[in-house]
Write a protein that binds this ligand. Sequence first.
Ligand code: F6P
Length: 365
Amino acid sequence: MKNRCLVVTGGGDCSGLNAVIRAIVRRASLVNDWEIIGSRDAFNGILRDPMEIVELDKSAVAGIHVRGGTILGTTNKGGPFSWQVQAKNGNWKSEDHSAEMLRKLEFLNVKAVINIGGDGSQKISQKLFEMGCNIVGVPKTIDNDLGATDITFGFPTAVEIATEAVDKLVTTAASHNRILILEVMGREAGWIALHSAIAGGAEICIIPEIKYDIDKIIERIKERIHHSRGFVNIVISEGACPIDGSKHYQVNNEPGHHDPRLGGAGNRLMHELKDHGVKTDIRVTLLGHLQRGGKPIAYDRIIATQFGVKAFEMVLNKEFGKMAALRNGKLVSVPITEAIETYNFVDLNSDLVHTARDIGICFGD
Ligand code: F6P
């Protein structure tokens, strides 16, 4: 019987996941003693009864690298350490089903696991590794917030989509002489906002790393409206905070959802501006999950393919408890502990932030 390598995609989806899966399968097909299987909806496919397993051979993954989403499905709820169980009274509770899951993997002859996911998923990888599971991580986050790798797939496509949105909003803002606010993803790190504001030519960019002062934003709006052009484009991260440091959350009743749901930072900013007497028309666009869907751009397909090949080679080399990463253009493996401990915030002293300031972008500080 061949060794089996289980592939799972966990956390929020993004463009490029399918390209990773395809690359793993194609690389594994070059050796004779391994076969690849996938679990539906992260580890849930293993945890469910009956199990939901997908055979992944070359024909199953043919052409999927150009498709958005993940053919395996994903979830950012529950998982082996917090499996959601509904009691008779309707309340949900978390149970640890990790030991049972590892027994199931042994029964399936799974000798290695590749977990493609962000920090939440890699925390699960680390705990499973500590329990003796032969696991390898592949980083995934559109927020570009994992410190152990220079870049992850999904982020470039999200920037492309956000930039296209800024481009479109600039023309309508100019036609109507309005203030248009675009809210983009980025829980703790403002990478998508920063990149799309520079690429699209927004006047104001609000990111979680810089607490914004509403008076500074109003100053910039006045300067622009009274002295140059009659419209303003603002890009704001969902995780943006005013001086008091508060983020704007949505009510979330989904059992087992890993993170509090963000959303509404753009609307909050609009109300703050109005409350401070700004009279120009303001409209808000929440780009939301459009940033996570659709075809990956070519660059994402390439990085994703590199990560997939590297991950399977890490399996062959028994580099378990490690995650594939790109550092200075080189594919390397780093301890998963490093990946979950180091966060990639926008460096306020970086060339990119200086460039943005030097072309006149206001960060609200
Ligand atoms: O962490 C990635 C991310 O896209 C965040 O930017 C966003 O806040 C979150 O996922 C949204 O998650 P959900 O799919 O549960 O709405």
